[in-house]
Design a protein around this ligand. Structure first.
Ligand SMILES: Cc1cc2nc3c(=O)[nH]c(=O)nc-3n(C[C@H](O)[C@H](O)[C@H](O)COP(=O)(O)OP(=O)(O)OC[C@H]3O[C@@H](n4cnc5c(N)ncnc54)[C@H](O)[C@@H]3O)c2cc1C
Length: 448
């Protein structure tokens, strides 16, 4: 059955009335694709913009949610594409396994994680999500389901991660989980008084399993880029207090809160964001070090507040996430922070991560070796103008933007960032048929 309803990404803008099918088996997904004039797959809608929107057809994976098989020796889990990381953790952490790569929310599906080739705080060591995928079954635009792996349909296997659903709908996948001994992370915090110190901290700790920095993006002058750099390691039972060693996977129960209403637009201003950033920095700098942190608090602090996207008010918000190459990152990040501080449009969330080498054979995969900065801005004319300025800085630094966060970049900015890889990708799209049957509001905007 196909139902029309208004949907949006996590940023709540744009909103589009879409014809949505919710198949419960792979063959029903093929039937839905045949019945729709064009379509885009959709997981849990945690991409921020218009990547999972198409007025003519959206095929949701939320009922493709069965786990099929698990091999504890290799950690390989075979599951339908609508299974979420939250469900995987609930089922497998008690057995000593955790996703090898996870984004900052566990409410994403396997299909969405492959389609965006998501990264975590361990990209410098473990690469991105697709580095841990053995194979997937792809419902292609011609209605055929193809098994894609390094050995079979290898071109589709490489082109699909990062392609945001445009090569077809993943219906089943085999994903490798990593063994862990506890549900806890040993976290160290480095207080970096400025951007140079933050970058030096990342570079000096490339052997840390996880690293991420929260940046006070309103600090300027000598304090520009001051940050709390968090390093993390999976704790062993010996790291836990004696009373927890017998129950290493048991962590305190979490009560999730909801944001009960849309915050008024004026709630976020230079004053409130500045106050928050200063208080967060001081509180973080005072915390005991090292700290034992449970997995949910460490990996998913934002998941504790369901619907936190409502704090940006009814007009929604955009996340700006760019990646800058290693050679230009220091200057480029400085320029981005200068532009943000000068605008006064600070962000509650400004997160910096170190990327290891990107996947050269996956044309649409976002990570490139260097640094990635992610910032949230409420949608207003002034923040849209600021993001245009940030685009110019990113382009000048040879950087690129992340399609999973994007709702507003131009096709020129996409071309500048992804270069000739885009031609490789477009050739594959053309080979799948023109006009393409897999389409999204984002692909229409970007001419993808
Ligand atoms: C709080 C928060 C923190 C985040 N942190 C990070 C982070 O640290 N790192 C990171 O990389 N990302 C991060 N993200 C982004 C998120 O991981 C990605 O957008 C991810 O793709 C969302 O998965 P989803 O299941 O919600 O997919 P959706 O948002 O529903 O879809 C995303 C894309 O995947 C495609 N897609 C979905 N399912 C399928 C399928 N079965 N087959 C083919 N294509 C499919 C869609 O067409 C769309 O283009 C974060 C998002 C939020 C809200």
């Amino acid at each position: 059955m196909i139902v029309r309803r208004e949907i949006a990404g996590w940023g709540r803008w744009p909103r589009v009335y879409c014809a949505e099918a919710v198949p419960d088996r792979p063959d029903a997904a093929a039937a839905a694709l045949a019945a729709l004039p064009s379509a885009i797959p959709r997981g849990l809608g945690r991409s921020y913009g218009d990547a999972a929107l198409n007025a003519a057809g959206v095929i949701s994976s939320r009922k493709l949610n069965r786990m099929i098989r698990f091999d504890a020796a290799s950690g390989l889990l075979e599951a339908e594409a609508g299974v979420s990381l939250a469900e995987i953790i609930a089922a497998f952490l008690p057995r000593g396994f955790f996703p090898a790569v996870t984004p900052g929310t566990r409410f994403v599906t396997i299909g969405g994680a492959i389609a965006a080739d998501v990264h975590g705080k361990n990209h410098h060591g473990e690469g991105s999500f697709a580095d841990h995928v053995a194979w997937f079954d792809l419902l292609c635009p011609d209605g055929e389901v193809r098994r894609c792996s390094a050995q079979s349909n290898a071109e589709l296997f490489r082109a699909t991660p990062g392609a945001m659903g445009l090569t077809g709908m993943i219906v089943t996948a085999a994903v490798r989980l990593r063994p862990v001994e506890t549900g806890w992370i040993t976290q160290r915090t480095i207080v970096a008084p400025d951007l140079d110190a933050a970058i030096s901290a990342f570079e000096a700790n490339l052997d840390a399993t996880y690293s991420v920095a929260w940046i006070d993006c309103l600090a300027s002058g000598a304090a520009r880029g001051r940050s709390l750099v968090y390093l993390g390691e999976h704790a062993t039972p010996g790291d836990l207090p004696p009373e927890r060693r017998g129950r290493p996977f048991e962590t305190p129960p979490k009560t999730s809160r909801r944001v009960p209403f849309d915050a008024p637009g004026f709630a976020l201003n230079r004053f409130s964001v500045g106050l928050f950033n200063r208080a967060y920095f001081r509180a973080g700098a005072r915390k005991a070090d090292p700290q034992l942190v449970d997995w949910a608090t460490y990996f998913y602090p934002l998941d504790a507040i369901l619907d936190w996207n409502r704090i940006y008010g009814p007009r929604g918000f955009a996340q700006y996430q760019c990646a800058l190459p290693l050679a230009t990152a220091r200057d480029g990040l400085g320029d981005l922070l200068d532009a943000i501080a000068a605008s006064g449009l600070g962000s509650f969330l400004a997160v910096l991560k170190r990327f290891g080498p990107g996947a050269a054979d996956r044309p649409m995969s976002f990570p490139i070796e260097g640094y990635t900065l992610a910032l949230d801005f409420p949608l207003r004319p002034a923040s849209l103008r600021l993001m245009d300025r940030l685009d110019a800085i990113t382009r000048a630094a040879g950087g690129r933007l992340y399609l999973a966060k994007d709702s507003r970049m131009t096709s020129e900015t996409l071309r500048a960032g992804y270069g000739p890889a885009l031609d490789t990708f477009r050739a594959l799209r053309d080979a799948q048929g023109t006009p393409p049957r897999m389409r999204s509001a984002q692909s229409a905007r970007l001419g993808l």
